[in-house]
Design a protein around this ligand. Structure first.
Ligand code: ADP
Ligand code: ASP
Ligand code: MG
Length: 464
């Protein structure tokens, strides 16, 4: 059984949903062969309509600021967009039922935003309830549209099957509970030859309170569902041809990477390749499920990227370069660090206490530099760190992470990389124990030229 996840642009409007339906139909036809091991499914996981989550968070922000009129206007505009997209449902009764559902959901949202607008406060719990409306509604539209086209689908309310901890806006999935819930709700649908359609990104606590898995989390939902239900493949359908050699929004002349190892894909996703949510690979690794990244606009012409435990060797030294903007570097300097044990432990405890992940770390005799991208608790973190030494911060930095299994074999690589970067000032440099990546930190303003230079140096030859 295959899990097919469609991102925001792949469900952005009626035309995109038509493409989705052709892709699902082709998968269904392949699966229908009696000898196919994939005779069940597929399972479809969808994101909110492109841009809807940002807009919903805008509604929450307006409510928080007491702008009830603004929140109401945006909620109504979002409802109108969803009702318009629901025209893709080619059956009057299915469409009417879906529109009634949309009206109910957005009516509730308007009520909630109104109440929060009076209080002028939106807690993370309400933020999740508001953001979740996007996936709940998009999945409902897609399920009805598939059914109306003769592809018998069933809407699955993600809040019934994706069980998470209570950490709102970044809720961790609880695997055993999710597996049980998916088996109870989704397995019978699959056995009845129906196509379950599930909103990504959304979950609920054991008590049934709505949560979300964090921005971009629909990929993660798909991987969790795939692992829990024993999928043979997880497909991530998006708006680019696969994992590209660098971020196409920053570098021109990028190419598709045909095959990645799980480890390479994890590093790239973690260090900014937005096409994959950083946690996506994790459930796939445990059960060794192949992941594919595919272009929903070019389902036949573009072969996509295949991600598996191992990949065939390639003569490319570098596989791809990921980058992450809006990073903050924090330096802690203290002569107490000299020869002292427990110093680093103390520092990391501060970050753990404020639940802030640290990405890159470098140390010298008397100082530690590290990067974070979640600045929510930064003022408190800095206050605490001051107990350990002198603290300074630098915003508007960027991480560049060059990834490739080939780095393990070529000792000249670091030299080549540094030469390519040339006169771009390096703030931090680190090589992981896996020797699968080299990570460096530079000023965000230098990112385009640094990336272009690295990309030219290691990929231009292939292009020529
Ligand atoms: P979806 O809505 O389908 O989940 P996303 O916007 O989350 O899509 O991710 C796809 C986008 O990721 C692409 O449009 C591209 O701009 C961006 N991206 C950044 N780095 C990479 C990369 N290395 N390879 C492919 N896409 C990348
Ligand atoms: N809709 C959510 C977001 O925009 C989740 C996703 O698209 O993966 O972050
Ligand atoms: Mg995404």
């Amino acid at each position: 059984m295959v899990v097919m996840k469609f991102g925001g642009t792949s469900v952005a409007d009626a035309a995109a949903i038509e493409r989705l339906m052709s892709i699902v139909r082709a998968e269904r036809q392949a699966a229908i062969q009696p000898e196919s091991p994939d005779w069940r499914g597929p399972i479809v996981v969808v994101s909110a309509l492109g841009g809807a989550t940002d807009r919903l968070l805008g509604v929450a922000a307006e409510a928080g600021a007491g702008d009830i009129e603004g929140a109401r206007a945006n909620t109504r505009a979002l409802l109108a967009r969803h009702v318009d997209v629901a025209n893709v449902i080619a059956n009057d009764a299915e469409r009417a039922e879906t529109v009634a559902f949309l009206q109910h959901e957005f009516g509730e949202l308007e009520r909630i935003a109104g109440a929060l607008g009076v209080l002028r406060e939106v807690s993370p719990r309400w933020l999740d309830a508001i953001a979740a409306v996007g996936e709940i509604c998009s999945s409902r539209i897609v399920a009805a549209a598939l059914t109306a086209q003769g592809l018998a689908a069933s809407w699955v309310d993600a809040r019934r099957v994706m069980v998470t901890g209570p950490e709102h806006t970044q809720a961790p999935p609880l695997f055993p509970e999710t597996k049980t819930a998916l088996a109870a709700v989704v397995d019978p649908l699959l056995a009845a030859r129906r196509i379950p359609v599930l909103g990504g990104f959304v979950g609920a606590t054991r008590e049934g309170v709505t949560t979300t898995l964090g921005r971009g989390g629909s990929d993660y939902s798909a991987a969790i569902a795939g692992a829990c239900l024993g999928a043979s493949e997880i497909q991530i359908w998006t708006d680019v041809d696969g994992m590209l050699t660098a971020d196409p929004r920053i570098v021109s002349g990028v190419q598709v990477v045909p095959h990645l190892s799980f480890a390479e894909a994890s590093e790239l996703a973690y260090f900014g390749a937005k096409v994959l949510h950083p946690a996506t690979i994790q459930p796939a690794v445990a059960d060794n499920i192949p992941v594919k990244i595919l272009n929903s606009r070019r389902p036949i012409d573009a072969r996509g990227t295949l991600i598996t435990r191992d990949r065939p060797p390639s003569d490319q030294l570098l596989t791809a370069v990921a980058s992450k903007k809006s990073v903050t570097v924090i330096d802690i300097t203290s002569t107490r660090m000299l020869m002292a044990h427990g110093f680093l432990n103390h520092i990391f405890e501060v970050f753990a206490q404020f639940r802030t992940p640290v990405d890159v770390v470098t140390t010298s005799e008397v100082s530690v530099s590290l990067t974070i991208d979640d600045r929510r608790a930064l003022p408190q973190i800095i206050e605490k760190l001051k107990e350990a030494g002198e603290v300074s911060r630098e915003d508007d930095m960027a991480i560049v992470c060059a990834v490739g299994e080939g780095l393990q074999t070529d000792p000249t690589f670091v030299g080549q990389l540094l030469q390519a970067i040339g006169d771009v000032p390096l703030r931090m440099v680190s090589q992981a124990a896996s020797r699968r990546n080299i990570t460096f930190v530079i000023r965000e303003a230098d990112l385009p030229r640094a990336l272009a230079r690295v990309h030219d140096r290691f990929f231009a030859a292939v292009q020529a």
